[in-house]
Design a protein around this ligand. Sequence first.
Ligand SMILES: *Cc1c(COP(=O)(O)O)cnc(C)c1O
Length: 375
Amino acid sequence: MDKIAISQPNVTKSGLKAVNMVLKSGQLVQGEIVSQLEREIARDCGARYAIATNSGTAALHTAYYGIGLGSGDEVITTPFTFAATINPLLLMGVKVKFADIDESDFCLDPKEATKKLTSKTRAIVPVDLYGQPAKYDELHHKGVQTVADACQAIGSKLNGKKVGSLADVSAFSFYATKNIMSGEGGIITTDSQKIATRCQMFRNHGQNLSKRYLYEDIGLNYRMTDIVAALLIDQVKRINDITRRRQERAARYTKNLTGINGLVLPVVRQGVKHCFHQYTLRILKNFPVTRDQLVEVLRSQGVIPAIYYPWPLHLQPAYRKLGYKKGDFPIAERVSGQVISLPVHPGVTIKQVDYVSNLIIKEYEKKKSKKDGTK
Ligand SMILES: *Cc1c(COP(=O)(O)O)cnc(C)c1O
């Protein structure tokens, strides 16, 4: 039996054809296809500008540079995220201050974020974890910019507005496991012409946008290739279908797994369209097997779940310098020991969703009766 993986590339014949055309055209970089992708993403997100990059990390770095962050500035973000959210900030000499999450949606808790504001706070970086938009309505503060780490949330909406238009700047990733993917890739969206121009220059070594080799600013090579853009345009056209398929699978898991003691199913907040980058359960103490045991049970039956993320950033060796310790963010710490993400991508069939659900239910019933029997 084929394994049921946590993600699967979604490349169609038309995508391959588009890539082929770019390869044959001879214009592999800095061509019209990247511009076309930028226009399509901007239109889809309802943002004025989109700037393509060669990874989500590059998109975040460029966005941070684009809003003018620098040494001595402070930024507030969540410790329950991928390292890419903070690594560019640390390289820029920005001080990263964490605030705890809300356990119901895994996103930054606006009350906790507010407590961390100081006169040096320049930005808040909410992460739309697993695809659910953070509570942007409660994260805006005067003089503080918002940079959305929307790397997991393409296709999601909050109160009718697409992710990509909810913050001053938003960064997406097209890494191989994301809802829309090209191996590596990323994009930034913003309504600000000033930010867009800074970003366009930064991703291309600070060169003047029409005069090559005229360096007006510093920058890096964060450019996307046209090969990658061709693959992405093909998927952007299908984004509603991709999102709908993920939502169907998520709804099926929820239907199958509702009412089991010790399992907390994902909550979709009021007003949210959730793109279900991940379908993430929490395994509580009263569930008869531990989270890690459940991972092993599923693996032994050909299902590959994932843990996003096993440890919060503030307890990681690389960030010891930030001065945090165990107990500083109790919710992020607890939740990182509880979460398990199940395969929810369009390549999984509804039958496979039922198979995965039944493995969990069977394990629950087997161990529960054992537990009851030995009482
Ligand atoms: C994928 C991801 C990124 C960026 O990833 P790249 O691999 O550089 O494209 C950043 N933040 C989060 C939360 C992510 O999931």
